[in-house]
Design a binder for this molecule. Structure first.
Ligand code: ZN
Length: 301
């Protein structure tokens, strides 16, 4: 059984002491992992990890070449990092490079502006399989924010990144919170040649269907294991349009204990939940979602 975690952040500081070990465990299990950047420093680190681990092969068991996993990278600027400041969130792990401090839940954001040439250089790297995470986040605005200004900045940056994705002919890794209508409009007017993944999808089946009609696949993570809210969505989307992810270190799937650091191996629990709801086997879900991921990320041989 080969699982594919399409959206992980082992490139974040939460793994600064053992990131390589975490990734080696995945490779040993035949897994594929995409580490996703949220700003320039973490994007660069994602590419470095992918190269560092590219020579690692399974020693424990002999496997056929297509059972070998791999570590890949995505490069981009998360929309919350376009503003310099911070915001408060109920989940202290969320979006921060830093582990939660005892003091609290204040998430610092860096205020990075897109340097197109710098990202173009990174994006050309052979280990980069997607441009992201990029997108729209209207959820984390605070009272003193100039909301119209920030929304426009997010949209303009997204459109620039789409241009970049088309220049290097790679798909996009999209983050979207409270902005699906605007995102759909942008994708309709600024077509991405290689399409991509709508990561951490939390919308309705109807919304998912609109992305699927445009050629995108839907990324599901630990959020679907927190209750039954997404069971209907899981039932209604065809398995061929789903990829799975952890978004680690955040969003640890149940039944694992809340608050423990998530890691790519735990994507199995996301697959298990989909299997339970769809009445499929874990093996089928693992195999089909891995195939979908390879297809959209152009890794299929
Ligand atoms: Zn993420």
């Amino acid at each position: 059984m080969n699982l594919f975690d399409t959206h992980a952040h082992v490139n974040f500081n939460a793994y600064k002491d053992d990131g390589e070990d975490v990734l080696r465990r995945c490779l040993n299990d035949g897994m594929n992992v995409v580490n996703v950047g949220s700003q320039y420093s973490t994007s660069k680190r994602a590419v470095e990890y992918a190269h560092k681990l590219s020579g690692v092969r399974l020693r424990a068991r002999s496997r056929t070449p297509d059972e070998q996993g791999g570590v890949w990278a995505a490069v981009g600027i998360h929309p919350v990092h376009l503003k310099k400041g911070s915001f408060t969130h109920h989940d202290p792990w969320e979006l921060s490079e830093e582990p939660a401090s005892s003091a609290g839940r204040e998430i610092p954001t860096v205020g990075e502006q897109l340097d197109y040439q710098k990202y173009l250089e990174l994006a050309k790297d052979e280990k980069v399989v997607a441009i992201g995470e990029i997108g729209l986040d209207y959820h984390h605005f605070v009272e003193e924010d100039d909301v119209e200004f920030l929304k426009n900045l997010q949209k303009e940056t997204l459109i620039e990144f789409i241009k970049l994705a088309n220049e290097v002919q790679k798909p996009v890794m999209l983050h979207c919170w409270d902005g699906y209508d605007d995102l759909l409009e942008i994708l309709q007017t600024h077509s991405v040649d290689k399409k991509g993944i709508v990561h951490s999808f939390i919308g309705s089946y109807k919304t998912a269907q609109k992305f699927i009609e445009l050629g995108y696949v839907i990324g599901l993570n630990g959020i679907i294991t927190y209750g039954e809210s997404y069971d209907r969505l899981i039932k209604e989307i065809d398995l061929k349009n789903i990829v799975i992810e952890t978004d680690c270190p955040y969003l640890t799937p149940r039944p694992l204990e809340k608050g423990i650091r998530n890691e790519p191996l735990f994507v199995k629990e996301v697959a298990q939940k989909i299997a339970d709801v769809k009445g499929a086997t874990l093996e089928d879900v693992a195999q089909i979602t891995s195939q979908n991921a390879k297809l959209i990320l152009n890794l299929s041989s």
